[in-house]
Ligand binder design. Structure first.
Ligand SMILES: [Zn+2]
Length: 152
């Protein structure tokens, strides 16, 4: 399996206490996390509410108005907290997978009139370099067999 589970701990947040689970992808040299609340195993339970969130440092942590990633992440944490159960798979693939510094370069191209796809392509990347395959071993580790995607 490409993804290794490393450690879990408690994560108190303004929306209540979540569990944070750290994973490592040794092949790509990346670390990923899942943030969960409640029992994620779905035996005889409702499907697990999950959000798949790709890291966006500027939106998630800096309050950037160039995208609504931070808002979406906070809304998802709030919804999970209200339901008392759910998971956010937080994938470290900044800027649609092109990386933080390249995302800044893409912002400049966007300011010159390119859309996100054109900007990525002009930087020599695909329109979307994100890889969601690591979600499968993450969900397996959490014991979630049935999920419902939070795509709001
Ligand atoms: Zn963003």
């Amino acid at each position: 399996m490409a993804l290794r589970f490393i450690e879990s701990s408690k994560l108190p947040t303004r929306w209540g206490t979540f569990d944070i689970h750290g994973f490592e992808d040794p092949f790509k040299g990346k670390e990923h996390i899942a943030i969960t609340m409640g029992d994620c195993a779905t035996e005889e339970q409702e499907p697990l509410l999950i959000r798949i969130h790709s890291e966006c440092l500027t939106g998630d942590a800096l309050g950037s108005m160039r995208c609504d990633c931070g808002e979406q992440l906070q809304e998802a944490m709030k919804r999970i907290s209200e339901q008392g159960r759910g998971a956010i798979l937080y994938l470290r693939q900044e800027g649609r997978g092109i990386g933080l510094v390249n995302k800044i370069r893409a912002y400049n191209l966007q300011d010159q009139g390119a859309d996100t796809v054109e900007a990525n392509e002009r930087l020599g990347f695909g329109a979307d370099m994100r890889d969601y395959s690591i979600c499968v071993p993450m969900l397996e580790h959490l014991g979630a067999k049935q999920v419902v995607l939070d795509d709001q």
